[in-house]
Design a protein. Structure first.
Length: 72
């Protein structure tokens, strides 16, 4: 299976605990190999299989209380 990396802008992270909540939540998704959240620059880098929809990632982040900033 091919892997790809995406970087998502996320609002609402304030500390390392927020980073861990996002990382742990995303890594429960089958097909996500790793997630790295950075509250200082407000980004989440995700390594995932090609067949995983970005919307799946966005929904998981928003389900735990953070806001995904979608770029047009």
């Amino acid at each position: 299976m091919n892997m790809r990396n995406i970087v998502i802008k996320v609002e609402g992270m304030a500390c390392g605990g927020c980073e861990n909540r996002i990382k742990n939540a995303l890594e429960t998704i089958e097909g996500v190999s790793s997630a790295i959240a950075n509250y200082i620059d407000g980004t989440v880098s995700v390594s995932l299989e090609d067949n995983i929809s970005e919307n799946t990632i966005f929904e998981k982040i928003e389900d735990i209380g953070f806001k995904v900033v979608k770029e047009d």
